[in-house]
Design a protein around this ligand. Structure first.
Ligand code: PHE
Length: 449
């Protein structure tokens, strides 16, 4: 029995919890997905909309997930069943568990590419690419049928290895030392990238909005999806992590730190990537391979570039791992409770299923042309989960907090109490966030606007 009067695992400390949430939030989303999405949606205008969404919708929904999780001390589905028995809110939890399968399936594929690049720098293969054709190198690699699947397998095995150890000794411990390292390296690399020839164009692209882009409904949907993806929001990952938190640990500053730091890392990644994109004459709208094709150019120009490349891809790998761990934990926590499986059994079974689910994403990159709705399978899974399932899940979570529980309870359980900021938060989850999410959806489908 622990201090919350149940037998569940718990975080060792509040800082450990915040770092684990930050570990979940900071990942491929901030660096790989952010640069791709910002690049394809015009840069600056996208960034403005993105920042507004993080502030007005993202952080309030982070608070909602934390509040639900800590109060219920359960998993994504169980939390809703506990707090609102007999009501249909738990369906949001099911969607979340489904999203965790979908996201982790392709996430592990991209993380596998990251591992390949890390070893490429260790062995020198990426230092000696003929004619510095890094684009060709990347396209050739992801188009292979077997090798990327092997890397994906290794990555899944490592994710499984951490989650199997448990919340405190596995998830918390790994995050505690990886997160600070990632931060330092990003700052150093961003500064270096600014010294390259493309700094001016890159920064203009990222920070001077072309307002005409704001007329494109797709931009809002992409910014919303990216915000949810990056903040690990809308699928109960933060409900699940909040469920391991002691009641006395305060929530609002934790939510704010996670939201602000995650966004900071994304912007920093933009400052690192876009100057390099322009310096090497690449297309910012280059798609999913942007990071893998631009950054090797940067490292190639640097003294000790091989070493820095290895360090960068190692840390990107670490960031991906701390996120994938949270994706797996959402499903694992649910199956452990629901079917009374022990941790080991749940982790092995679910981890294996997700690995198999990811294979089509991997081979759709060139080996076997698997497309859905004109997108390769990986991009389809990415957009389905990020742009649709997560915002929809977030919509339900906000509605639950704003309408499914009493206002006084929401204010008390969130630690806001009867404060101005508490009331602002409550109105955000009650009205602002749901309306904004709905409008963005409707706008995209073409019903309005
Ligand atoms: N936030 C993670 C990233 O940016 C991805 C993620 C999404 C993790 C949803 C958990 C839940 O890489």
């Amino acid at each position: 029995m622990n201090e919350n009067g149940n037998n569940r695992e718990q975080w060792g400390s509040r800082v450990g919890f915040i770092l684990a949430c930050l570990g979940s939030a900071v990942g491929l989303g901030n660096i790989w997905r952010f640069s791709t999405t910002a690049g394809e949606n015009g840069g600056g205008a996208f960034l403005v909309v993105y920042l507004l969404i993080v502030l007005l919708i993202g952080i309030p929904v982070v608070m909602a997930e934390f509040t639900i999780g800590r109060k219920a001390q359960s998993d994504a589905v169980g939390a809703f069943q506990k707090l609102a028995p007999g009501k249909p809110w738990f369906i949001a939890g099911f969607m979340g568990v489904a999203s965790s399968f979908i996201i982790l399936s392709f996430y592990a594929v991209v993380a596998g590419w990251v591992m390949k690049y890390f070893f490429g720098y260790i062995t020198g293969a990426l230092v000696n690419v003929p004619e510095n054709d890094f684009t060709g190198y990347f396209v050739n690699f992801i188009g292979k049928p077997v090798e990327p699947v092997l890397w994906q397998f290794i990555f899944m095995a490592m994710t499984i290895g951490i989650v199997v150890v448990g919340v405190q000794k596995g998830i918390e411990a790994s995050n505690k030392f990886l997160m600070p390292m990632l931060g330092i390296l990003l700052v150093v690399l961003a500064i270096y990238s600014l010294t390259l020839g493309g700094a001016k164009e890159g920064l203009t692209f990222l920070f001077s909005p072309d307002w005409s882009k704001l007329s494109d409904p797709q931009l809002y949907l992409e910014a919303l999806g990216q915000a949810f993806f990056s903040l690990s929001l809308g699928m109960g990952a933060l409900i699940t992590y909040g469920g391991y938190l002691k009641q006395e640990n305060k929530l609002p500053t934790a939510a704010l730190s996670v939201g602000v730091l995650d966004t900071f890392v994304a912007v920093l990644a933009g400052i690192l990537i876009f100057p390099a994109v322009f310096a090497f004459g690449l297309d910012p709208a280059g798609g999913a391979g942007l990071v893998f094709m631009t950054l090797p150019n940067v490292f190639d120009q640097m003294a000790f570039g091989g070493l820095v490349g290895a360090a960068f891809f190692f840390l990107l790998f670490a960031a991906a791992l701390s996120s994938s761990v949270s994706l797996l934990e959402v499903a694992v926590a649910y199956f452990m409770r629901k079917f009374d499986w022990n941790r080991k059994k749940a982790v092995l079974i679910i981890g294996s299923i997700i690995f198999v689910l990811g294979i089509p994403s991997s081979i759709s990159q060139g080996a076997v042309p698997i497309t859905v709705m004109d997108r390769d399978f990986l991009t389809f899974m990415d957009e389905l989960s990020g742009n649709i399932l997560l915002p929809l899940g977030g919509l339900f979570i906000a509605l639950f907090m704003g309408w499914g529980v009493k206002k006084a309870d929401a204010l008390r359980d969130s630690d806001f109490g009867n404060t101005v900021i508490g009331h602002l938060w409550f109105w955000s989850v009650r009205v602002l966030a749901p309306v904004a999410i709905l409008l963005i959806f409707l706008n995209k489908i073409g019903i309005i606007g």
